[in-house]
Design a protein around this ligand. Structure first.
Ligand SMILES: [Zn+2]
Length: 440
């Protein structure tokens, strides 16, 4: 039998993220890929005192790796719908994603849920990471987002039809919903994602309640969790009624829906980072009407989500990394900052929302990630400073002294390649302004 690999981290200020407790002068013992023990250094059990590999944390904070509940590894920092769903061949998207995965883990994200993208890519990246071919976070992966003509999975003009590179799978009947779910399970997804609302709709959803019920019951019959993108009022109401496992955004949720969501204990992943970043990045670039609409949604979301928090709903942090407004490795921890700024979370509570609580979005690993607890994967960060008192510390990767996944330290060299977008990744624009002839 191969002897177990043992490692001890000592002189740490441990923030296990099971609750808001902190262990000063703590130690943590890793055996193989799991946490074997943690507690006061003065109380290390006899069997773990004589370990060869010891890491001195030097009073830094030791905390669980971040869990980003909303990250699209296949999106390639797309700046337009066309770029997202048309312009790049699938094979290239997968190679690009394997590089982007490293940027994600170097930001301290050791687990991430990808709720939808072009067919086959997120699952391939997930598998390449777990096979040790690619450096990246542990991943949960959805397939294409199941959509109608009114959902975010089908925003391009109809004549284009179903593109193999699309982020969505267009369904036209209840039967097609069933077929798509069965195909996706066969393709190895960890969860089903429904595109429950479109871009900019505040009121109606993209599916009927009956169709959503078909999707939920088929996914659950096959033992698959099912999540939904729902920004509009009706889409959130119907999602709660149909019994989805979690809801993304919920910006225009009404109060009766909130009440029933709390009763059913359905978590929300707001991804406010995308809204805030879109406002900031779009200033002076996007038309005022677009920025006004985003601002209106942010205001509505802050209002209802603050109410959700006060009344005990579970809010989970996910950054919606993957767009040009949310490039890989840059903004993951901002969602925690926004929970503090807008939703009145304490810093430590925000940290729980991106560790313990976000593990909900990792169905296969839910009870094995998210906290520093014996038996769980040894996914941890050693951090300069006290992120439980100021989550902003995590926004600068220089403050992350060490990143551990499955009991092994990740090499923190930079990704090292300058990103040069290939021509076929970009929408072809002739000129940015109409070139009128000057008259004199
Ligand atoms: Zn998303």
């Amino acid at each position: 039998m191969i002897p177990a690999r043992q490692l001890r981290i000592e002189n740490a200020r441990i923030v296990p993220c099971e609750d808001t407790s902190v262990i000063e002068n703590g130690s943590l013992v890793v055996v193989d890929d799991r946490i074997a023990w943690l507690g006061l250094t003065s109380e290390i059990p006899e069997e773990f005192r004589d370990i060869d590999q010891v890491v001195d944390a030097n009073q830094r904070t030791l905390m669980p790796g971040l869990v980003d509940a909303h990250m699209h590894i296949s999106f390639g920092e797309a700046a337009s719908e066309e770029e997202l769903s048309i312009h790049t061949p699938s094979a290239y998207r997968a190679i690009r994603a394997s590089v982007d995965a490293k940027k994600v883990i170097l930001a301290g994200v050791t687990s991430a849920c990808d709720p939808g993208g072009p067919r086959g890519i997120a699952t391939a990246v997930r598998d390449a990471i777990s096979a040790g071919l690619v450096v990246g976070p542990r991943m949960a992966a959805a397939g294409p987002q199941i959509t109608t003509q009114q959902g975010i999975g089908d925003t391009l003009p109809s004549p284009l039809g179903d593109l193999p590179t699309s982020i969505g799978a267009l369904v036209r009947s209840r039967d097609e919903i069933l077929q798509e779910i069965r195909n996706e399970l066969k393709d190895g997804v960890d969860l089903i994602k429904i595109a429950g609302s479109g871009i900019g709709t505040r009121e109606f959803g993209s599916f009927t309640l009956g169709e959503l019920e078909v999707a939920v019951s088929e996914a659950h019959r096959l033992d698959l969790p099912i999540a939904i993108h729902a920004r509009s009022r009706q889409s959130v109401a119907d999602a709660v009624s149909a019994g989805f496992d979690w809801i993304m955004h919920a910006s225009y949720m009404d109060e009766p829906t909130l009440e029933s969501l709390i009763q059913k204990k359905i978590p929300i992943v707001p991804a406010m980072t995308l809204l805030v970043n879109s406002l900031e990045a779009g200033k002076g670039v996007q038309p005022t009407s677009t920025l006004d609409a985003i601002k209106r949604e942010l205001d509505a979301a802050v209002k209802i989500l603050s109410m959700a928090r006060v009344n005990g709903a579970r809010l989970i942090a996910g950054s919606e990394t993957g767009f040009s407004m949310t490039p890989y490795g840059q903004w993951h921890s901002r969602e925690m900052e926004l929970f503090v700024e807008f939703l009145n979370f304490s810093n430590h509570e925000a940290l729980l929302a991106m560790t313990r609580d976000a593990a909900w979005a990792m169905p296969r690993f839910g009870n094995l990630v998210g906290t520093l607890s014996p038996g769980k994967y040894a996914d941890a960060l050693i951090v300069d400073g006290k992120p439980d008192l100021d989550v902003k510390i995590l926004s600068n990767s220089k403050n992350i002294y060490k990143i551990m996944k499955s009991g092994k330290f990740v090499e923190q060299d930079s990704v090292g390649l300058e990103r040069k977008p290939h021509l076929f990744e970009r929408t072809r624009v002739y000129t940015h302004e109409i070139y009128y002839r000057k008259k004199d």
